[in-house]
Write a protein that binds this ligand. Structure first.
Ligand code: C2E
Ligand code: CA
Ligand code: CA
Ligand code: CA
Length: 282
């Protein structure tokens, strides 16, 4: 453990400075990564229909293949990307890559129209209307079927600028974009927001899924979320499903969409196993 007192303080300052220098270096490197098309790679994780076991969609998750540092997970660079504002460029890059990929899959006859693509969107996008200026032309450019794109936002997106967020989201919905509320149950959970923001999908956080098969409280929470969603006409996706027991419990509770390592890990497009995905038997 660290020495306290004068030396401890000096040590702490040195560490802090090094951390800050690290963060600045990482920020410059992310800025650079955004100018090429090989460092930041969209990975795709299957979302599965719990009854048929068939592919229902994908969630796109960014991976940074850093030329010197190796693979850097989002947990390491997302905070810096948010703080520096680079997240705006990163999300746009990911959405452009994913839409191009989706269009290619359709062209290859790989996908049916019911398969949707989930993309994470930082709350930063709701501080102005810029998102609409590039996203709507992009959707038209690729001519993707309405409703295939699901934007995943967390509740924090809605708290800072609720009125602006409502109007941006309303316009997205008019263009056929679907909205998913990510990590449901872990934030402020102002239930009135569900109604005001016109979500299409709720994503149940892994923290409720982990013990859904063995702990009555978790099962009760999932049951309540499913009842709420049914009453509001929302689709539900359970995240972080890892075991057959969880699959069984979620299916019995009536959750229609499942996502997690049990079915598939996030992988680059070239590594998707289409035969298996189209015939997954849970
Ligand atoms: P999230 O949106 O809640 O994504 C789910 C996370 O759970 C992902 O972590 C995924 O790889 C992981 N996961 C999926 N199935 C399982 C499972 O069965 N067990 C466990 N333990 N984990 C599972 P990942 O890829 O590290 O991403 C972390 C977070 O970073 C995401 O959480 C999301 O908030 C953010 N993120 C990732 N890509 C993007 C992006 O392109 N844009 C934005 N704005 N945020 C992103
Ligand atoms: Ca997500
Ligand atoms: Ca989530
Ligand atoms: Ca999360």
């Amino acid at each position: 453990s660290k020495q306290r007192g004068r030396h401890g303080y000096t040590l702490f300052n040195q560490e802090l400075r090094r951390d800050q220098a690290d963060q600045l270096a990482l920020e410059a490197e992310l800025r650079h990564a955004l100018t090429n098309d090989y460092e930041l790679v969209p990975y795709y994780q299957a979302i599965v229909d719990s009854q048929t076991g068939r592919l229902a969609g994908f969630e796109t998750l960014v991976r940074w293949h850093h030329p010197q540092r190796g693979m850097i997970p989002p947990s390491v660079f997302m905070p810096m990307a948010e703080e520096s504002g680079l997240i705006l460029k990163l999300d746009r890059y990911m959405i452009e890559r994913a839409c191009a990929q989706l269009a290619a899959w359709y062209a290859e006859g790989q996908l049916s129209n019911e398969v949707c693509l989930h993309i994470n969107l930082s709350s930063t996008h709701f501080h102005d209307r810029t998102l609409l200026d590039w996203l709507l032309p992009l959707l038209r450019q690729y001519g993707l079927p309405a409703g295939t794109l699901h934007l995943e936002v967390t509740e924090s997106a809605l708290i800072d600028v609720p009125d602006l967020a409502i109007s941006v989201m309303k316009q997205l919905k008019e263009e056929g974009v679907c909205l998913a509320l990510d990590d449901f149950g872990t934030g402020y959970s102002a239930l009135s927001y569900l109604h005001r923001f016109q979500f299409d999908v709720l994503k149940i956080d892994q923290s409720f899924v982990r013990e859904v098969h063995c702990q009555e409280e978790s099962a009760a929470i999932v049951r309540a979320i499913l009842a709420l969603a049914a009453a509001l006409g929302l689709e539900v996706v359970a995240e972080g499903v890892e075991t057959p027991a969880q699959v069984q419990a979620l299916r019995e509770l009536g959750c229609t969409r499942l996502q997690g390592y049990y079915f598939a890990r996030p992988v680059p497009a070239a590594s998707l196993e289409w035969e298996r995905l189209n015939g997954i038997v849970p």
